[in-house]
Ligand binder design. Sequence first.
Ligand code: SAM
Ligand code: DTB
Ligand code: SF4
Length: 341
Amino acid sequence: MTVRNDWTLAEVKELFALPFMDLLFRAQSVHRCFQVPNTVQISTLLSIKTGACPEDCAYCPQSARFDTGLEPQELLELKEVAVRARAAKESGATRFCMGAAYRSPKPKDLRKVLAMIREVKSLGMETCATLGMLTPEQAQELKDAGLDYYNHNLDTSPQYYKKIISTRIYQDRLDTLQAVRDAGMNVCCGGIVGMGEEAQDRAELLHILATLPAHPESVPINQLVRVAGTPLERAAALDPFDFVRTVAVARVLMPRCHVRLSAGRSEMSDELQALCFLAGANSIFYGEKLLTTGNPDTAHDQSLFRRLKIAAEPGAGQPAAGAPAVRAFAAPHAESNAATV
Ligand code: SAM
Ligand code: DTB
Ligand code: SF4
């Protein structure tokens, strides 16, 4: 098994067309060759600037164009971000992802975000940010401040993208991804399924990701959270097996990446999530909130991971010499919710 960047779209479609069990077997085989089985990378999200976004992404509760009842919030203070990051670390997260409802960051705001990144980094956590489009200079500033990952999703196929967002083009997204790469940061890039797209669109999205010169290190697969007031509020529910297939194909195409089971877990049964882990997902957003919408509570996630005997993966630079490579989730009667050694 090798890592390839020359997948053809026909090959990607063939993977999607495999019998479900064959696809899962293939994905789990790739997973065991390239990843540590039975472990999950834990990221916690914080919305550092909420709502009032000028963009018109049809799925997003934070666009100023849709009446979703969301209370906009200015950029948080550094102190508040530090408190939230410390709490995330204590509850077992190794990566802290800061999200802002920007089309692209303004210089004054970027300076404040750079300070947040330095602060989170000083806590010994991996840092991630998602702030919209970046210039190469902004990407370099973020890298210099200690940003490990930049999240910027392609969301769907180029064709379907035009039906979802009119305020920017696909190439804008690709340009930002290139700036992130050129600055030497890890790329976190994935998409959303369940927006009414065709199977062809999911295949095209994964094909584009898998034929980038270097695969993203992190690939979030989001299931659309249908938020009242957004144009996609009544999008038809996706067949859950098609969600699992998308995870599995991502795993086969990009063996070394972390595939993140991202938004939408609150609507998934434990059994469906277990199927996603079998299909090669090995990262989650952990904590009761995503950016503005709900996520499973941490006690439930800990219980799920204990039941599946899945352990938390250490962050970069961890564990210290002599410490175990993975951390089991706390026993039910442990005093805190923290993942324990
Ligand atoms: N404004 C920046 C941008 O769009 O790049 C960063 C924040 S934006 C909320 C980050 C990502 O969240 C989007 O690219 C999209 O993939 C995901 N997202 C937003 N709303 C979602 C929803 N309702 N369901 C699933 N994913 C969603
Ligand atoms: C990603 O792919 N999913 C996260 C994160 N990257 C920034 C965001 C999900 C947002 C879901 C809707 C909300 O909570 O506002
Ligand atoms: Fe704004 Fe990002 Fe939401 Fe689009 S996805 S409306 S850019 S916050």
